[in-house]
Design a protein around this ligand. Structure first.
Ligand code: TA6
Length: 313
């Protein structure tokens, strides 16, 4: 449903791939985002030039690969549930009147989703919870995701979970990308039995498969795409870890819904809470916030001072 006069609404419900319900968010200057109720899954984020900033592939009937899958209540195989937990494989609902946020800064272009466990979910993860997700577009086209998880158990028992915003950024060529902000940090290497190592002092560049969980990371991380002259800035809150993943050529071939060459055009940098699971007592709520911006980086290779990107507000 479009507004009278052909104006586009800031928030609109429509049908997406395979007839699945999706919400389209539009900000006045032209940026947009799409969120599927299936998975509470952001599948598209475009700047005001209409350029897609997230990598996503739809090969129905396969599930959505890319965008921002919500990993909850388990990250990857860190537990006995299906990989990355069940939240990404459930249909979320729109919540028209969620409990207020401490500071109400939401633009008109936002949607509030909620996920509660079904009887079947309670059989595999016996904890009552309410998971509220707000997806919003800021006035400058920034994409803001706020997750609030509440323990609604009446049995007096706490529960613990791990979490990630499994963000797939669209990049021109993975070999031309570098990540700033994770230098010198400890990480768990998923390719080496989750053993703990320390990163070298240089920015992270890519020339082979990577699957690392950086620990106790700063609240800002920058992803510099030399070829596109674009820098993504990831700001996060309540999410101490950052996962960096690219399957590279061999593993990409083994991932059915990823084309053999598509690994070149994606990079996952995931704001996460993995090493230390979040524990909530009944009535307690946890909040994890992700803010993504894409800024032009008009520079010749090596001339951008990453500290300026990381320090700017
Ligand atoms: O976040 C990195 C990771 O856990 C990798 O180990 C890789 O398996 C990836 O996620 C994708 O997982 P998926 O279940 O979506 O294929």
């Amino acid at each position: 449903m479009a507004a009278a006069g052909g104006d586009k609404l800031p928030m609109e419900m429509c049908k997406g791939i395979n007839g699945l319900d999706k919400v389209v968010l539009r900000e006045a200057r032209g940026s947009s985002a799409e969120v599927y109720l299936y998975g509470g899954h952001v599948t598209s984020w475009k700047n005001d030039h209409g350029e897609e900033l997230l990598f996503a592939v739809f090969k129905p009937p396969k599930p959505i690969r890319g965008g921002i899958p919500i990993c909850f209540p388990q990250f990857a195989s860190h537990g006995g549930l299906e990989s990355h937990g069940f939240a990404r494989n459930r249909v979320w609902s729109i919540e028209s009147d969620p409990p207020p946020f401490p500071t109400n800064s939401a633009s008109k272009a936002h949607v509030d989703l909620i996920l509660k466990p079904t009887e079947e979910d309670l059989k595999i993860w016996p904890h009552s919870f309410e998971f509220r997700l707000r997806v919003a577009l800021g006035p400058g086209g920034d994409l803001l995701l706020t997750s609030r998880v509440r323990n609604t158990s009446t049995d007096g028992k706490p529960f613990s979970f791990t979490f990630a915003y499994h963000t797939y950024f669209a990049v021109s060529d993975i070999s031309e990308v570098r990540v700033e902000g994770l230098e010198t940090l400890d990480y768990l290497d998923n390719l080496q039995s989750k053993e703990r190592f320390t990163e070298q002092g240089d920015a992270i560049t890519f020339e082979s498969e990577i699957d690392k969980i950086y620990l106790s990371t700063p609240t800002k991380i920058a992803i510099l795409d030399h070829e596109k002259k674009r820098t993504f800035v990831v700001r996060k809150d309540g999410l101490p870890d950052a996962v960096v993943w690219n399957p590279w050529d061999k593993r990409a071939k083994a991932i059915a819904d990823l084309g053999d060459e598509e690994y070149k055009h994606m990079l996952c940098v995931e704001a996460a809470a993995v090493e230390k699971p979040i524990t909530l007592k009944p009535g307690e709520e946890w909040k994890g916030r992700l803010e993504l911006s894409a800024v032009p980086s008009s520079y010749c290779s090596g001339q951008l001072d990453p500290q300026k990107v990381l320090q700017s507000s």
